[in-house]
Write a protein that binds this ligand. Structure first.
Ligand SMILES: Nc1ncnc2c1ncn2[C@@H]1O[C@H](COP(=O)(O)OP(=O)(O)OP(=O)(O)O)[C@@H](O)[C@H]1O
Length: 594
């Protein structure tokens, strides 16, 4: 569940603040410089009305303003204005750059962390949710600006108050009495706005998640004519989102500037009344009133700005708490031989595979693999067959060590799988999934997977080896044809062939195949079978088979049912056993004949 600031305790908020503030430290010099320039601009903003008031009261009103004096004051005022503008430019520049760099740094760290997490984590989190976390939540630009503005606002109020005090300490003290009212206004605004603002953000996140789901599931949506149902759902969420947006606008319209402006107007009236009262007994200088009122404005202005950006602060704090949760996530991908022990870590040389009494569960409750044991000798082929959900893919998931398992042992070349480095496992084990993902790049780059150590010639050689060469050559631009997102322009069989080439170009010692179940035309099917036969030469292979005809020549076939091995042997032995496998084989042969 998303946490909002009103649900976060003060202690929690402080923890989150300390956590996120650490990311700012490497860039603190930007913020320190921004602050220095901020002090200069604030001091100048308070000083400039003074210069004018001296000019008005000492020269203009008593009619002593000579050309030289006018020139002198105009020059001084202009000089202060130029210095102010330059200081403002530097303040702005340092602040913007600092904020951008911190954001970039946080995003890099979160992205890096996501890569360390295990499949279990991704099973639980919708893709849209994760994308929102990495893109929106790491965008703390407004948060840093608000934090900085809060600091400079306090500075501005203090400087303006000192100026007011210097001009007239009695009236300045009256202004001090208004301060609690201002603080009260800020608190009321914060209370009312935060709730609505958080609700609006939660809706936006929901909208993103939905959108991502719709776009990635478009094929199914169209196939099952779900457009109007999902369209209505989307419209409802979108309407709710805009409803909250409207509320935010209304609250801001009523409470934001009008409230502070109203308090400021009252203060100015009080100031004028006090000066009027005083003018009954003594001369009151107009310039002084001008300087005073200018500083009253400087005293009030930061407050409405601060209130306006308060939502940024609470929003940033919520986003930071989500970043904190991701950064502290302990659902890591299973541990492999560490980088430091690379020299000692074993290498996969023979490709012998052994499972010893392996049991596994995704959620810690339901056992999907129960005491699985088998050995595949180097160069042999082992096939898994069984009903859907029987655990075939889970064996591959455990073998690839995508998930941690707690019971039993998985060995490669008689060494525990955990002792190999991740690089060695990924390099020496070639995994061919049913539907292969294609990246937006040329066909060659899709085979090389952007690995510059693999030459174009090697990629072509691999394509020839797996029989993918024929169809690639027939493409408009051959190997240089651009693949569109997800490889949607290729048939399932063609994607499979490219995937074969991608796997084989790395020359793995072990092959894991998840046979495609998609409808593939007979011609491509024949190419795939030839490709597979070539790939399996001199490699240990574990294959998930849906069509039993493709694994007749496997050295061993394991029949799985509800996570257990119920039959094992080669094709002839299993037929002779006349059990589950023999039944499945007969049904499939019959279907083919029909
Ligand atoms: N990521 C996951 N999280 C939780 N449970 C899962 C996950 N993946 C699979 N399962 C469950 O584990 C069991 C075995 O699934 P598995 O995918 O290994 O079966 P399979 O034999 O490969 O099926 P298919 O032939 O349909 O691919 C099923 O009950 C499935 O619901």
């Amino acid at each position: 569940m998303e946490k909002s600031t009103d649900k976060m305790s003060v202690r929690e908020s402080w923890q989150v603040f300390k956590f996120i503030f650490k990311f700012l430290l490497p860039f603190q010099r930007y913020f320190i410089w921004a602050f220095v320039f901020s002090v200069i601009t604030t001091a100048l903003a308070s000083l400039m009305p003074f210069v004018l008031s001296v000019f008005m009261d000492s020269y203009l009103t008593p009619m002593k303003a000579t050309d030289q004096i006018i020139f002198y004051f105009a020059g001084l005022y202009l000089l202060l204005a130029i210095i102010n503008s330059i200081a403002f430019f530097f303040k702005w520049n340092y602040l913007q750059n600092g904020s951008i760099f911190v954001n970039q740094y946080i995003r890099k760290k979160v992205y890096g962390k996501i890569h360390q997490l295990g499949m279990r984590y991704f099973d639980q989190k919708p893709t849209g949710w994760l994308i929102t976390r990495i893109t929106n939540d790491t965008d703390l630009f407004d948060f840093w600006q608000t934090l900085f503005n809060a600091l400079t606002s306090v500075l501005s109020i203090v400087i303006a108050f000192v100026a007011l005090f210097v001009i007239d300490h009695k009236i300045a003290l009256v202004m001090l009495l208004i301060l609690p009212l201002l603080i009260l206004a800020v608190i009321i605004y914060q209370k009312v706005s935060t709730k609505v603002y958080q609700a609006m953000l939660a809706k936006r996140s929901e909208l993103n998640t939905k959108l991502n789901e719709y776009i990635s599931g478009m094929r199914i949506i169209q196939q099952f004519r779900q457009e109007s149902r999902l369209g209505n759902e989307f419209e409802k969420t979108n309407d709710e989102y805009y409803g909250y947006r409207k509320k935010v606008i209304q609250i801001n319209g009523i409470l934001l500037s009008p409230l502070v402006n109203f308090l400021m107007a009252i203060s100015i009236v009080v100031v004028l009344l006090m000066y009027s009262n005083r003018s009954l007994h003594a001369v009151v200088e107009a310039g002084l009133i001008y300087a005073f009122i200018s500083n009253v404005q400087i005293y009030f202005n930061p407050i409405s700005g601060l209130m306006d950006s308060l939502s940024n602060f609470s929003n940033g704090l919520v986003a930071s708490s989500r970043i904190k949760t991701i950064m502290e996530e302990q659902e890591f991908s299973p541990k492999q031989g560490s980088e430091s022990s690379v020299n000692k870590a074993p290498l996969i040389e023979q490709g012998k595979i052994e499972f010893r009494n392996v049991s596994f569960s995704y959620d810690g409750e339901h056992q999907v693999l129960k005491s699985i044991s088998f050995i595949v000798n180097p160069g042999e082929t082992l096939a898994f067959v069984g009903h859907t959900g029987s655990g075939k893919s889970s064996i591959i998931n455990v073998f690839m060590h995508f998930y941690e398992f707690t019971e039993g042992q998985v060995l490669i070349d008689d060494q525990d799988i955990r002792t190999f480095t991740k690089e060695e496992l990924r390099h020496k084990i070639g995994l061919v999934l049913q539907d292969s993902f294609m990246f937006v790049a040329s066909v060659t780059d899709n085979i090389k997977m952007m690995n510059s150590q693999i030459t174009d010639e090697a990629a072509k050689e691999a394509a020839r080896f797996v029989q993918a060469d024929h169809f690639i050559k027939d493409l408009e631009n051959g190997y240089e044809t651009k693949v569109i997102e997800g490889g949607a322009a290729f048939s399932a069989g063609e994607r499979q062939l490219i995937n074969f080439a991608r796997t084989i170009v790395r020359n793995p010692k072990i092959l894991l195949l998840d046979e495609a179940t998609a409808n593939i035309d007979t011609e491509t099917e024949a190419l795939i079978q030839d490709g597979l036969t070539n790939m399996r030469q001199n490699r240990t292979t574990m294959a998930i088979a849906h069509r039993l005809s493709t694994i007749k020549d496997a050295d061993q076939i394991l029949v799985l049912n509800k996570g257990e091995i119920i039959e094992r042997g080669n094709h002839d032995e299993l037929l002779e056993l006349n059990g589950y496998y023999a039944d499945m084989y007969r049904i499939q042969t019959l279907q083919k004949e029909l």
